[in-house]
Design a protein around this ligand. Structure first.
Ligand code: NDP
Length: 291
């Protein structure tokens, strides 16, 4: 048969969206999930729920994993070890680069190939042409399965053979995503303390966030050149500013952990003698944290 087929293991919001995208493209989709009922809607659309995880792995060469972390991967694939030989395991769940490297070795010991993936979009972005995923692992295996992988996100970026690379790129994005979202929750809490709803500050929040790429671009070249001159901003100014942020949040009676962390970071920079340098000099301190 010329029909294309794939196995998807893990049916949280992401795995469900992936399986749905494959069904939309006419793939034969085999599913497995610890909680079987999460497959119901997909089975109604034509997917097949395997009777065991071993059957799910045995069904197709290409096995997509969408689980919480590698602990969940090992817990899930343990009973399927005997079926792993010859399989291509593509893990699109989050974890560390080190865990991805260990998993690639674990797979190889069982005759399987491991590709690491890092998806940069939420479930609503799955199946979309403009969405993108980082991959790493054997290039030839990636190239062979690229058409199927690009059903999940229309664009893919193979970073190299090292299985840790895709996880690293994913985590580089996530450290920004989580801290940025926490900064937004902080802003919403501060606004709420003054009777404003999230919707009231949305335009201001969006404009503030949209200003950030300009800062990234401006500082990237200077940081790479080791230039932290205080010609456009000085750390001493920044320290005064983040103290105003801390004070404003404290006065409002909202949590101050995040603003206090900012003040700490800027104070470290001042103590290290960077008062007259740009606040980009904090990068140097982040690279070499005090013991
Ligand atoms: P979850 O992280 O909630 O993944 C849930 C899946 O993992 C379910 O299938 C769940 O099974 C399974 N699972 C968890 N622990 C175990 C275990 N010990 N044994 C067996 N199965 C287990 O949801 P998402 O779908 O949102 O995310 C999947 C991965 O994708 C995560 O690593 C996440 O970080 C990443 N990701 C998520 C994005 C998002 O926006 N949601 C975006 C990009 C990446 P059960 O149904 O039985 O509970």
């Amino acid at each position: 048969s010329t029909r294309q087929s794939v196995t998807v293991i893990g049916l949280g919001p992401m795995g469900q969206a992936m399986a749905g995208a494959f069904l939309d493209r006419g793939y034969d989709v085999t599913l497995w999930n610890r909680t079987a009922s999460r497959a119901d809607a997909l089975v109604a659309r034509g997917a097949v729920l395997a009777p065991s995880v071993k059957d799910a792995v045995a069904a197709n060469e290409l096995v997509i994993l969408s689980l919480t972390d590698y602990d969940a991967v090992y817990a899930t694939l343990g009973p399927a070890e005997a079926a792993l030989s010859g399989r291509v395991l593509v893990n699109l769940g989050s974890d560390t680069p080190e865990k991805a490297r260990a998993a690639a070795r674990w797979a190889a010991e069982r005759g399987a190939v491991h590709l690491t993936g890092g998806i940069t979009v939420p479930p609503s972005g799955i199946g979309k042409a403009e969405s993108s995923t980082f991959y790493s692992g054997p290039r030839e295996v990636f190239d062979r399965h690229r058409p199927a992988l690009e059903v999940i996100t229309g664009r893919s970026d193979h970073r190299g053979e090292d299985p840790g690379l895709a996880a690293l790129m994913y985590q580089i994005g996530m450290v920004m995503f989580w801290t940025s979202m926490l900064s937004y929750w902080q802003a919403v809490a501060l606004a709420d303390a003054h009777g404003m709803k999230a919707a009231d500050i949305l335009p201001h929040a969006v404009e503030t966030a949209n200003s950030l790429p300009g800062f990234f671009a401006f500082y990237a070249d200077r940081i790479d050149a080791g230039v932290h001159t205080g010609d456009v901003d000085r750390l001493a100014m920044g320290k005064a500013s983040v103290e105003h942020v801390l004070r404003t949040n404290a006065d409002a009676g909202v949590d101050t952990a995040l603003p206090a962390l900012l003040v700490d970071a800027f104070r470290h920079g001042m103590d290290a003698g960077h008062a007259a340098d740009s606040f980009s000099s904090l990068v140097e301190l982040l690279k070499k944290p005090a013991a």
